[in-house]
Design a protein around this ligand. Structure first.
Ligand code: WTA
Length: 650
């Protein structure tokens, strides 16, 4: 029997890998025997100032309380305790700046930096429970700012530094942040792009409507000129840098709010997903340990996400640091100064665990294998993927080219809302199938069900359904900031009678019972692993004076997973100037939301397909955008609109 090694149906770990792996088959058995005792054992990976009395209180469902009565300091767990345990000299962060500068920060140094920042934030009058917005590129101070907030019980809200001033303002206002921490500018492909300026634009926006911000703390990164408001604005190097490096951490309740992170929903307004302390850190640490098979003091770990997304929170800051990882943090883009950058970094630091997104893997494929082939990647031993379903072709390329044909690949499914990985192969246990997230982790319970909540039947070719989480988990969201109703409506209403969490994803079970995530079933697009709602982009488009109506769909895209395709109707007085208008509209969306939301295509059309009740039929527009034959048009008011749309698109 010959077998094409590139086209196996599944890839079992080598005996050698399995023998040394953190997770064995017994993990699932333990969790199945007593789920709550299992989670208690995972919580014991952390240092608790005071132990909990109950593992879980679900009586207030859907708001869970995990490790009831327990008290801990999250930053102490991520930093100080490693120093106390004698690992102060271990490098926590190998930081690599985009222009080529770099910095190694040990755990002892990180403790001092976090303590200084905590002392200074205290001096500013911030108190536990206050909100701090962090709008920063990938520099060590961003991680320090996050940890200092956690140390003081301040709730941080990290806003991706690629977001526009209006997106920042919306988030600052929603959470009533008292402080914004930012930088003068950020490096982007060799150029210093202003960031402090964007903060000012945000804070003076809306006709200078009052906001909650008392101070803006600014790290100097690029040296560019910045607008300055005396009294309000403060330089980090003149304040934090001179503060006392000793700070006594205080313990907080396990349910103390740790952070808010905004994510797109099906309406134009982003949701502030709320996470708390003990359960979140427990699951972030647990998953980082087992899913990546991380060995503290031996591995060099690199997660390529940005701290502006949940992956950066859980798998750059909290999980790895709680587990005493030595990790690479890289500031810039993968092709600066050229496409070799990631592989040079892997070589330079001997990266052994690498965690990235399918969209980047597909980009690497496009650049060609001669690029990674020019480097010694033999230090890599585990590869991870997150953010969208990874197509089997990209999976195989990842394993063959980056993983020398032998590293396990973990395809990790989770969400901002779940806080940590939920469904993933375990690298020393699972025979991995390209394209499948496969199995809920030990301690996690998921099902694939139909509309009514009946489990799909295994082995049926059409075993497709909705992904639900039918048991609470420690790092689950505790709410939507300031909007309890939206929290219940979005996640808990669909299967309210069963008390299940609805993830918004479609999924399939194959005849072996392995789970394949198929993507969103709501009006949320996934572009390069970023969640963007159709409504948000539509609202940015109709914000332009020339646009009367807009409909946006996510169409399949070879590199980015989905690409944004917009259909717009112009106002009567607007002249269609062709490309000029389209470019202007694209720029408007970049300005309003972020360049990541810039539509791939915009089509000016005379009419949009609507049902009799006035609902835009996005499914049909998706057919058009992807060049397919039209599906069912029988509920349309005017089926002939498609002739015109097609004509305009061609
Ligand atoms: C999608 C990112 C398939 C999914 C951590 C989910 C995935 C959304 C995977 C959450 C995966 C994430 N396979 N789909 N391995 N990982 N997704 O909140 O649609 O930015 O609902 O969290 O990304 O995106 P979010």
């Amino acid at each position: 029997m010959t077998e094409n090694p590139e086209h196996q149906a599944s890839y079992a770990p080598s005996a050698e890998f399995a023998a040394a792996a953190n997770a064995g088959a017994e993990l699932a058995e333990l969790a199945a025997a007593d789920r709550l005792a299992f989670w208690a054992e995972q919580a014991d990976r952390l240092h608790w100032e005071q132990r909990w009395t109950d593992v879980l209180d679900w009586s207030g469902a859907p708001v869970a309380r995990w490790f009831v009565g327990g008290r801990l300091n999250v930053a102490y767990n991520c930093v100080d305790r490693h120093v106390d345990d004698g690992h102060g000299e271990q490098v926590a962060i190998h930081w690599e700046g985009e222009p080529g500068d770099s910095r190694d920060i040990t755990y002892a140094e990180l403790r001092d930096e976090v303590s200084r920042a905590a002392n200074y934030l205290t001096e500013l009058g911030l108190e536990a429970g206050d909100r701090v917005a962090i709008y920063m590129p990938m520099i060590p101070e961003a991680i320090v700012a996050i940890l200092a907030s956690a140390r003081l019980g301040l709730t941080h809200s990290v806003v991706f530094a690629g977001f526009s001033p209006s997106a920042l303002r919306q988030r600052v206002d929603d959470a009533s942040a008292r402080l914004v921490i930012t930088t003068d500018g950020q490096w982007r492909r060799g150029k210093a792009a202003p960031l402090k300026e964007a903060v000012d634009e945000a804070l003076y926006a809306n006709g200078d409507v009052p906001h909650s911000v008392e101070h803006v703390l600014v790290v100097r990164r690029t040296g560019i000129e910045v607008p300055w408001t005396d009294g309000r604005d403060l330089w980090w190097h003149e304040t934090v840098a001179n503060a006392d490096p000793h700070h006594e951490p205080r313990a907080f309740d396990a349910e103390h709010p740790l952070f808010i992170l905004y994510t797109s929903g099906t309406t134009g307004k982003p949701k502030g997903i709320l996470h708390t302390s003990g359960g979140y850190l427990t699951q972030a640490a647990y998953t980082h340990h087992y899913v990546f098979d991380h060995k503290p003091g031996q591995d060099v770990y690199w997660c390529t996400a940005d701290i502006g997304w949940v992956t950066g929170h859980s798998y750059i800051v909290y999980g790895p640091l709680a587990n005493r990882a030595t990790q690479v943090v890289y500031e810039g883009t993968p092709n600066f100064p050229d496409e070799h950058r990631h592989w040079q970094i892997v070589e330079k630091y001997g990266v052994s665990i690498y965690y990235t997104a399918p969209t980047l893997i597909r980009t690497f494929m496009k650049w060609g294998r001669q690029i990674p082939d020019a480097h010694d990647l033999s230090s890599l031993r585990v590869l991870g993927s997150v953010g969208e379903p990874i197509n089997p072709e990209a999976w195989r390329w990842y394993r063959t080219v980056i993983g020398s044909g032998k590293t396990p690949i973990v395809d990790t499914w989770w969400q901002t809302e779940t806080g940590a990985i939920m469904i993933s192969p375990l690298p020393g246990v699972t025979a991995a199938k390209p394209g499948a997230a496969q199995t809920p982790l030990p301690g996690v319970s998921a099902q694939v069900v139909d509309e009514e909540g009946n489990p799909v039947v295994l082995g049926e070719t059409e075993a497709n359904g909705y992904l639900v989480l039918d048991q609470p988990w420690p790092s689950m969201l505790r709410g939507v900031w300031g909007d309890d109703e939206r929290f219940r409506e979005t996640y808990w209403a669909r299967y309210a009678d069963r008390g299940w969490y609805f993830a918004g994803d479609g999924a399939r079970l194959d005849p072996d019972g392995d789970l394949w995530v198929l993507g969103r079933v709501d009006d949320v697009m996934n572009v390069s692993g970023h969640r963007i709602s159709t409504a948000e982009v539509e609202s940015a488009l109709v914000g332009h004076s020339g646009v009367a109506e807009a409909a946006v769909v996510g169409a399949t895209d070879e590199t980015t997973g989905q690409g944004i395709v917009a259909f717009v109707i112009l106002t009567a007085t607007t002249e269609n100037t062709g490309d000029a208008l389209v470019n202007e509209l694209k720029a408007e969306v970049s300005r309003e939301i972020s360049p990541i939301a810039r539509p791939r295509e915009i089509h000016v059309v005379p009419e949009l397909p609507k049902t009799r009740s006035g609902k835009i039929m996005r499914r049909l527009l998706r057919d058009v955008a992807e060049g397919r034959e039209l599906g069912d048009t029988s509920t349309l008011v005017d089926p002939s609109v498609f002739e015109q749309i097609r004509a305009d698109k061609a």
